[in-house]
Every structure is written in structure tokens, then in C-alpha cells.
Unconditional design. Structure first.
Length: 134
């Protein structure tokens, strides 16, 4: 009943949509998006979209949901230069990385792949210039 609250950020620059995605609250996310689908493109104080948060926190259904709204968000970087795939890789979310890698998106900069026999997907040091490792 008060749509202006959808766009009211907290001290860290996060909107209600970011908090709902981060917590994995699918029903709340869908309700918020029904009021304004533009929230899918809302960046928080760190430059993260809801898709970044979904990938980072391992919320598979929410990752698919936001990809269905705008797959081009896969190339959006946060303030540290990280895309959703780097966030998923940092948390070793293989399932999410597989979905992201299967998207037919052009203009995605190539990833540097490093193979390690004993590790399928391992966490990077998450520094600005670190790539995810396979």
C-alpha cells in the first residue's frame, strides 16, 4: 500500500528486495517484484543487483527467477568488478555456476580457468582481480 517503501534504502544502500533475496525469501521477492519489476535492476550500496545476491547466497530458484527477468544482468559488475558468476564461485555454488555458464549471453568477458585435480570448484581469494577456479 506504500510503494515508496520499495525504494527506501537502509544505511548500507540495500533495498527491501536485496534483503529478501539475501535471506532467500522467495515469496517476499515475488511479491515485491509484482509491485515493481524495475527492482531487478536495483543496485545496492556495493553495486550488487538482486541477481548478485541470489548467486552469492546460493539461492538457485531466485537466481533462475532473476535470470528470467533479465539475463543481461550476468555481465553487470558490482563496485569491486565482480559479476554474479564470481559471487557464486566464491561460495562454491556449482549448480548456480552451471546455470550461469549455460546462458547464451554475448559480451561476457572470458574467464580464466585453472584446473585442480582434487577440487571441482574452489573458493577464490575474492580479491578484485581474482577469477573463479574450476
Amino acid at each position: 500500500q506504500r510503494p515508496e517503501l520499495l525504494w527506501q534504502a537502509d544505511a548500507s544502500g540495500m533495498l527491501p528486495i536485496h534483503h529478501a533475496v539475501r535471506a532467500g525469501r522467495e515469496r517476499i521477492v515475488i511479491r515485491l517484484m509484482r509491485h515493481d519489476v524495475g527492482q531487478a535492476a536495483a543496485q545496492d550500496g556495493r553495486g550488487m543487483l538482486p541477481l548478485h545476491w541470489a548467486a552469492r547466497e546460493g539461492h538457485f530458484a531466485l537466481t533462475l527467477y532473476f535470470l528470467s527477468h533479465n539475463p543481461s544482468h550476468l555481465i553487470v559488475t558490482d563496485m569491486m568488478g565482480r559479476r554474479p558468476i564470481e559471487h557464486a564461485a566464491h561460495r562454491a555454488n556449482q549448480r548456480i555456476n552451471s546455470v550461469i555458464m549455460s546462458q547464451n549471453i554475448t559480451n561476457i568477458p572470458p574467464l580464466v580457468l585453472v584446473t585442480t585435480p582434487s577440487i571441482t570448484l574452489h573458493q577464490s581469494t575474492f580479491a578484485k582481480n581474482t577469477y573463479f577456479h574450476l
